[in-house]
Write a protein that binds this ligand. Structure first.
Ligand code: IMP
Length: 198
């Protein structure tokens, strides 16, 4: 099975590819199938934005499409940056700067109040236009300094226990991450729907 990933984020794309590979699902990037397509993410929830992206690519490509809308929700910041994680500090700001800004916002926040979670909402639209949604999260806390080399985005400061997501190898991150859990839940849903259709 082949799906078009409605994302231009290379970090997400790599995770889609490696999490889906064991299930025989091949991921093609939106850039390859519909180059130049721009979709405005003007929803207020992860679910709304995931739908906007999946629907935009499904309509443009006429093929099964999958979108992930995800973000980091920090309790001490009332759930921010949440849906606006990619735009935290402004569109043009790099991740090293976004991380510094986050650490600065949390400078006086003690360990027990640094709790946070990553949330991923996946919207899948099959070649017949049937929509399926799953949402998963991964609990953690925001560290005091970036650690580790792997991953992307806020991974260097997202701590699970005493290690950051960036200190985990790919398989370790996928086993517990919001995206890993959500993509496996989607595969399960696809299987169930497939059986029900037979
Ligand atoms: P989206 O493309 O609008 O869904 O933006 C997702 C944003 O959330 C990313 O740009 C990152 O800032 C953050 N994010 C989501 N998932 C992860 C992850 O697995 N690691 C690090 N940052 C993530």
């Amino acid at each position: 099975m082949k799906v078009v990933a409605a994302t231009g984020n290379p970090g997400k794309l790599r995770e889609f590819e490696r999490i889906f590979a064991p299930f025989g699902i091949t991921v093609v990037s939106q850039k390859e199938v519909c180059p130049g397509l721009e979709i405005e993410e003007n929803g207020n929830t992860f679910a709304e934005n995931a739908f906007l992206k999946a629907d935009g690519v499904f309509r443009a490509a006429g093929k099964a499409a999958i979108a992930d809308d995800s973000g980091l929700c920090v309790d001490a910041l009332g759930g921010r940056p949440g849906v606006y994680s990619a735009r935290y500090g402004g569109e043009g700001l790099g991740y090293a700067e976004k991380i510094n800004m986050l650490l600065e916002e949390l400078r006086d926040v003690p360990r027990e109040k640094r709790t946070a979670r990553f949330v991923a909402h996946i919207c899948y639209i099959d070649q017949n236009g049937r929509q399926m949604d799953v949402e998963e999260s991964c609990e953690g806390w925001i560290g005091y300094a970036p650690k580790g080399e792997h991953g992307f985005g806020f991974d260097p400061v997202f701590m699970v226990g005493d290690r950051s997501f960036s200190e985990l190898d790919d398989a370790e991150k996928d086993a517990i991450s919001h995206r890993g859990k959500a993509l496996r839940a989607l595969v399960e849903l696809l299987r169930k729907n497939d059986e029900a259709d037979r």
